[in-house]
Design a binder for this molecule. Structure first.
Ligand SMILES: *Cc1c(COP(=O)(O)O)cnc(C)c1O
Length: 458
């Protein structure tokens, strides 16, 4: 019988990250002049060692020793055979969950926060600024900065700032400083407030504020950190899938289906990219990024060049996008409320290597509650979206009588999201499906930007 908790020994932790840029082609990010951006143009925003990593096409990249040391506080992370969930669903499928809820802030995000803080420190940076949606990324970066003695300033999307006070406190415990966004501290924030004093905020606006706060700091020792979307973030997260691959091999398994929720794409990419080469070489794996129906960038958003933030400070990225000024409905999976999607994930979806899915908010909580009752751990609202797709796949396996192996990213615990569960139980949560008009607006907006090339990696 397969053990419930499949563990790696600490010396089996991966010592290199997998860089998908060695194996796919991407449209380059474009500057304001419509030309591919240069490393130098990013220098006020990121340290040069991370910019080099962002642009690297080397397949394997060594994980620095000091980074491994901090990651080993909670890594290698467990792979859990979800036998209780399988029984509850009466499915012949075997379900494995890669558990990222055991990190100090409770999600996969420190997998990249830690190396980002490290590379900034090595480069001589003293302070990092960032944005956060639900507070997961802000708390991850505050934790990472505390490990390397950096200051940390976080712009938190207003709606979450009000709904999730304990994430703020967490950042404070680790020495970070958190303000609600839009704030009056930046030009971008003041503009958003002038247009709408009750602006609930969005990741797009918060990114604008954090970038502005970094580049306008006169000391030259402040930089910005992003928790998802960019190539180096996807790279750092591949430790998830590299570990999971080893763990599955220990019990003689290989996944037929890989599932992860996708906000900016990082936990999904982290779990699935180490299996992409297998798929490119003919292995049959269904790789499913899952998003909420309220913010369907991959399933319904057009592919084109768009900015990563509302104030258009960031370069144009070739991605699936709902438009850089898109403000999604106020669903509780704050980490899934981003308008865009990682260019790497977008490109792979475009080439048909991924099969994007969207689920309803109520189905997500239903799956999350079933998981908690059968497996114990209470999933983050974001993770519930992935679990809802696991339910669909498990039911399909039952109908087809197939013994599939399903691998899912359990991206974080929901112990600071209990207010959302409370709303679910009291019947105060609704489904929000984005109307077609919003998609049409996104199409119009992207038409005003340069058109990306139709690339083929294979
Ligand atoms: C931030 C977050 C996500 C979404 O971000 P990705 O970059 O798409 O992974 C998903 N789950 C949890 C628990 C998060 O904190």
């Amino acid at each position: 019988m397969t053990p419930k908790n499949i563990l790696l020994r600490s010396e089996e932790m991966p010592r290199q990250w997998y860089n998908v840029l060695a194996d796919i082609k991407l449209n380059p990010p474009l500057g304001p002049d419509g030309q591919p951006i240069t490393p130098e143009s990013l220098a006020p925003v990121f340290p040069m060692n991370l910019i080099e990593q962002e642009m690297s096409t080397q397949r394997w990249i060594d994980i620095p020793e000091q980074v491994l040391e901090v990651l080993s506080i909670w890594r290698p992370a467990p792979l859990i055979r979800a036998s209780g969930f399988e029984q509850a669903l009466k499915t012949p499928a075997r379900i494995y969950a890669k558990f990222e809820g055991g990190s100090p802030p409770g999600s996969h995000k420190p997998n990249t926060a830690v190396p980002q803080a490290y590379y900034n420190k090595v480069f001589g940076i003293k302070k990092l600024t960032t944005e956060t949606g639900a507070g997961q990324w802000g708390s991850a970066l505050a934790f990472a900065c505390s490990q390397f003695g950096l200051e940390c300033k976080v712009f938190m999307v207003r709606i979450s700032f009000d709904q999730k006070p304990y994430r703020k406190a967490m950042m404070q415990v680790w020495g970070g400083h958190c303000v609600g966004s839009p704030s009056t501290e930046t030009e971008a924030g003041r503009k958003a407030l002038a247009a709408d004093p009750d602006n609930p905020g969005s990741l797009g606006i918060a990114i604008s504020e954090a970038v502005e706060a970094a580049v306008s700091d006169g000391s030259g020792q402040t930089r910005y950190a992003l928790g998802s979307v960019l190539n180096h973030v996807m790279l750092h997260q591949t430790i998830i899938g590299l570990e999971a691959k080893k763990q599955l091999a220990m019990v003689g398994e290989f996944p037929d289906v890989i599932i992860g929720c996708a906000g900016g794409g990082s936990n999904f990419a982290g779990l699935s990219f180490p299996f992409i080469l297998d798929k490119m070489h003919g292995r049959k794996i269904a790789i499913l990024p899952v998003e909420p129906q309220a913010c369907p960038s991959l399933t319904r958003g057009p592919f084109g060049y768009d900015h990563g933030d509302a104030a258009r400070y960031t370069p144009l990225l070739a991605m699936h996008s709902l438009g850089h000024n898109f403000i999604p409905p106020a669903i509780h999976a704050g980490g899934l409320r981003y308008h865009g999607m990682a260019p790497t994930v977008s490109q792979l979806a475009r080439e048909g290597l991924l099969e994007p899915q969207a689920v309803s908010q109520l189905d997500a909580y239903r799956a999350g509650v079933l998981w908690a009752r059968s497996e114990g751990n209470i999933p983050a609202p974001e993770t519930c979206n992935a679990l809802a797709q696991v339910v669909r796949e498990a039911e399909k396996a039952r109908e087809e009588g197939k013994q599939k192996v399903i691998l899912v990213s359990f991206s974080g615990h929901g112990l600071l999201d209990l207010a959302a569960y409370e709303k679910y139980f009291s019947g105060h949560l609704a489904d929000a499906i984005l109307e077609e008009g919003a998609i049409e607006k996104a199409r119009e907006m992207l038409k005003g930007h340069p058109a990306p090339l139709d690339l083929k990696s294979l």
